[in-house]
Design a binder for this molecule. Sequence first.
Ligand code: GLU
Length: 445
Amino acid sequence: MTVITRFAPSPTGKIHIGNLRPAIINWMFAKSAGGQFMLRLDDTDQERSTEAYAEGIKTDLKWLGLNWDIEASQSKRFDKYDAVVERLKEEGRLYPCFETADELERKRKRQMARGMPPVYDRSALELSDKDRAILIAEGRTPHWRFKLEDKSVVWQDLVRGEQSIEASSLSDPILIREDGTYLYTLPSVIDDIEFKVSHVIRGEDHVANTGAQIQIFEALGAEPPQFAHHNLLVGKDGEGLSKRLGSLSIESFREDGFEAMAVVSHAATIGSSNPIVPHQSTDSIASEFGFEKLSRSPARFDVAELELLNAKLLHEMDFSLVEARLSELGVEGGEAFWNAVKGNIEKFQDVSFWWQVVEGPIEPVIEDAEFCSKAADLLPKGTYDEESWSAFTGAVKEATGAKGKALFHPLRLALTGQPHGPELKFLLPLIGEKRAAGRLRGEAT
Ligand code: GLU
């Protein structure tokens, strides 16, 4: 069997850390199984879906390196859905209902007051042709429900194990709204059949939908795909993510200077038994994927963890991966500079700060002018290498008697203007003799 998975967002908003997880999990599983990954835009709600959101989703996925092999938009496939609807109507599996939202709400309240589950009572099925004609003449337009078969729906969930739902505990799902628009439920099944989707992998908030959708697959004469429902993300205090979604969008992570691979590494491993460690490429992540590694309980997302992971990723990053980005920023220090500073940055753009420290001008901090000027006299001549720093500090130590912090701290303050930073044995060759001498003498150079 060829594995085909799909990520099926509705372009009614931005991708955020929560709905990025199904994208990554579907992508990883497809890659690890040598299969294909599909991007399906569930844009049947044409009022809320926008081209801008659809483009934004694609931009985010490309930035993250989650490339897709197949693409489709539901809004371009209405004729397919309409044909299936005709068939389901003829077979009596799709039936018109005329209750208003208010009426349905009242029914639900009555049922709950009687201690009954708020399941749709199918009273629309009692309507005669004449009743329906009267309602239509009154100007009412129906919404359409799929008639579930009264039986238990059972499937082997790849994350949750055997699942069983009594169809009688579900309301017949509405497939078409009163205004004629489709909910995603039926188009999704039709597309999954047509695009030969082998695995439907999505959040556990869809478990009840799966019960109904398996019956729709069967009604259409198709073998249902395999299902996997992953755990959901909550905020760091256990609250739902929905309130803060704006600040958790992938776009905002990108604008805040996070590395794509930090976001991918985090989203791919959070809520699983794989360690949350930085991956430099998507390939190594995909090969570690396994459904059995996904936890059953909600996973907590804390942006502070993403920040740490981002820093770690940079600390381990090879120069070849950043060479082009450094020159885009006008940083010319090459590999020596990158290796000197990468351990001291949290976001990539912090390199500009350290490049400014190397290139100057900076305001040196001189705590003891006499000590610093004596040190300036002792600077080695010519071009420096990694040995120059110990030769220099050895000479200063001998001449002044200073050692330990009393030796190194004033030199760092004078040479960089900063109390902390990358190792000076790496920075000094980049700063060079002329600038180092100037700074030790208190010049802003
Ligand atoms: N458009 C649906 C959603 O975003 C897709 C669910 C599914 O994967 O089937 O929730």
